[in-house]
Design a protein around this ligand. Structure first.
Ligand code: GLN
Length: 484
């Protein structure tokens, strides 16, 4: 097996030790991005990256010690980076240039990172496969015939194919964890409010969270310590200073792990096998593993889509070609707005705006949206009850590894069902981490499998501690996809 590629921790240390420079790392990341261009992981390259690298260099020379000194980073194309295009994978924002940095981006840059480009995504983060982008689909580096997961597929592939050691995505119902699982890297969805959403283009505001992709627990910790923490510009931001660190096997001793019974059926044999191996590793490290039930998760998919779509229909009302989006020529204002939306949005976005508007309309509100909100409360209560007896919960991240491109594009319900193990966590606002825990061979191809750990609200740190422990006992399997 080739040497593991350098981590963000390694690169920042090398830059601080003057063994390399931010510009050299930028050049290497760009070369790598060029070499794997066929995967279509990036929508655009940041032509201000040189300036960024030069600024980091100057700060180093002025004696600053930067935690992410010179580390090249890719962020999902729904995060604003001043001076770059932020398209959200949509035609309607094809020419939108961000006037400001998202808080998470600002914090990365302040810590010395260099944003090298914007990652491909499902249009407006709606999807589970990164096939609905106006910039074309992203391919899975383990098998180009398969999807990388979504909606943050580009961010996942950037890390899996070693364009950058770390990246940012957003997770509304699984969009960081599921692509992490499909591409064999870590993906963390923090507690709702832990990372500021300021500058993240809204999909479903009560569910959206920014989260990191990485290849090691140490890098996850490094990134979270930079991007998490209170931000007065996001009213839902929590005042909980980050204190992340990768743990050791000692941290697994005495840990009470609860396996969610509802996630045990309907998995592929490989997913079952990897879950079994992970649980065995936990047990031999001294954790106690029990099975428990969270009955309301059966309704999570239905409740999730009845909440996400209405929120989306409201959030996306701003794209009408007047302030946001391409203005469409028409004899009157209404005609212009209608045309801008007709031409600018893809079919999945339109479907969700229609369904979301319907679910909110008078006469249907009580039957759909309001009932979904009650289910949401129930799910949160069920999780809270479970955490009275265990420290963390575990499920597969997805019941299956990466599926084939085109397999679910004509069947929206099948696509929605891909999120069966992830959406409940967003409804409850909890933190969850997908750990790259093994592989399943499907039709002769080795495909990564992810295992999801869920913690109580604000215990995000425990997930990264646990990941470090799992690395220490050899239960984490990260490889750069063969051939890339
Ligand atoms: N697949 C889910 C959806 O389409 C989740 C997307 C996300 O997390 N952004 O809504």
């Amino acid at each position: 097996m080739p040497d593991a590629p350098p981590t963000a921790t390694d690169l920042a240390r090398a830059v601080r030790a003057r063994e390399t420079t931010p510009q050299a790392l930028l050049d290497a990341a760009r070369a790598r991005a060029g070499a794997v261009r066929g995967l279509n992981a990036l929508i655009s390259l940041n032509d201000r990256a040189e300036e960024g690298a030069a600024r980091v260099q100057a700060r180093l020379e002025a004696g600053e010690s930067l935690p992410l000194a010179g580390v090249p980073v890719v962020v999902k194309d729904n995060l604003n980076v001043a001076g770059t295009r932020t398209t959200c994978g949509s035609r309607i924002l094809a020419n939108y240039v961000s006037p400001y940095d998202a808080t998470a981006v600002e914090r990365l840059t302040a810590a010395g990172a260099v944003i090298i480009g914007k990652a491909n995504m499902d249009e407006f983060a709606m999807g589970s496969s990164t096939e609905s982008s106006a910039s074309g689909p992203t391919l899975n580096p383990w098998d180009r015939e398969r999807v990388p997961g979504g909606s943050s597929g580009g961010s996942a592939v950037a890390v899996a194919a070693n364009v950058t050691p770390v990246s940012l995505g957003s997770d509304t119902g699984g969009s960081v964890r599921q692509p992490a699982a499909f591409t064999g890297v870590y993906g963390l969805k923090p507690t709702y409010g832990r990372v500021s959403r300021y500058g993240l283009v809204a999909y479903a505001s009560s569910l959206d969270q920014i989260g990191p992709f990485a290849r090691t627990a140490e890098d996850l910790a490094l990134l979270m310590n930079v991007i998490a923490g209170h931000d007065p510009r996001d009213a839902t931001s929590l005042d909980a200073p980050p204190a992340f660190g990768a743990g050791t096997p000692d941290d697994l001793r005495g840990l009470r792990v609860g396996v969610v019974r509802e996630s045990l059926s309907g998995n592929t044999p490989g997913v079952d096998a990897v879950l079994g191996e992970t649980l065995a590793a936990l047990r031999s490290a001294g954790a106690t593993v029990t099975e428990l039930s969270i009955p309301s998760v059966r309704h999570a998919i239905a409740a999730y889509y009845l909440i996400a779509m209405p929120e989306a229909s409201s959030n996306l009302a701003r794209y009408d070609g007047m302030v946001y989006g391409e203005r469409a020529p028409a004899p009157d204002v209404t005609g212009s707005m209608t045309r801008a939306r007709e031409q600018g949005f893809g079919p999945e976005v339109k479907r969700r705006i229609l369904l979301g508007t319907y679910a909110l309309s008078s006469g249907y509100y009580d039957a759909y949206y309001s009932k979904a909100m009650r289910v949401r409360r129930l799910i949160a209560q069920d999780f809270a009850r479970a955490f009275a007896s265990v420290d963390v919960l575990v499920t597969p991240t997805s019941p299956f590894p990466a599926f084939r491109r085109g397999e679910k594009t004509s069947d929206p319900l099948a696509m929605y069902a891909a999120d069966v193990d992830t959406v409940a966590i967003n409804l409850a606002g909890l933190p969850a981490l997908s750990v790259p825990a093994g592989f399943e061979v499907v039709d002769g191809v080795r495909l990564p499998v992810g295992i999801q750990f869920i913690a109580p609200a604000l215990k995000d740190e425990l997930l990264v501690t646990l990941a470090g422990g799992l690395e220490g006992v050899g239960a984490v399997r990260v490889e750069v996809a063969a051939g890339y």
